[in-house]
Design a protein around this ligand. Structure first.
Ligand SMILES: CSCCC(=O)C(=O)O
Ligand SMILES: [Fe+2]
Length: 159
């Protein structure tokens, strides 16, 4: 077992309908949280890992082996590091799906992955350093930075 990673559990909530900045939390009033169990029912998987041990984390290696993730692709989502930043940010926030599962491991910073539930409601998943999530193939989703405006992510993919 790697270093016990102590931080609040990953949070998810139903979004409000306001048109304010996408990087704001968009909580309903009162907030309506969604449990990790409910996310798992939607096929959304989650682990909390020790991002500082990325290079030699036995837990990460076990997950990668079990799920067949055989390569890494790091991006830093910020104007200084991401080429065509403005375009990419817009593309990320356009609702879309993939034919393969989407694996995203947050190595630093934070951001929001929004997913549609079966009733077409948006669920906002707040991913922070150490959170690794898997969105199932065919899951309608989008991504935005939060008001911290920085995310470093391993966009590991299936073969
Ligand atoms: C920064 S992760 C990008 C979000 C996404 O959905 C994608 O890459 O397809
Ligand atoms: Fe995606």
């Amino acid at each position: 077992m790697g270093l016990e990673v102590r931080r609040p559990p990953m949070e998810a909530w139903y979004m409000d309908d306001s048109a304010e900045d996408q990087r704001k939390p968009h909580h309903r009033d009162p907030p309506e949280y969604v449990s990790l169990d409910k996310l798992a029912e939607l096929g959304i998987l989650h682990w909390v890992l020790d991002a500082d041990s990325y290079e030699n984390d036995p837990e990460l290696q076990k997950i990668r082996k079990e799920r067949g993730y055989n390569y890494e692709d790091f991006i830093e989502v910020c104007p200084e590091k991401l080429p065509n930043y403005e375009t990419k940010i817009k593309i990320f926030f356009e609702e879309h799906i993939h034919t393969d599962e989407e694996i995203r491991y947050c190595l630093d910073g934070s951001g929001y992955f929004d997913v549609r539930d079966p009733e077409d409601r948006w669920i906002r998943i707040w991913v922070q350093k150490g959170d690794m999530i898997v969105l199932p193939a065919g899951c309608y989703h989008r991504f935005t930075l939060d008001e911290n405006n920085y995310l470093k992510v391993d966009m590991a993919n299936c073969p």
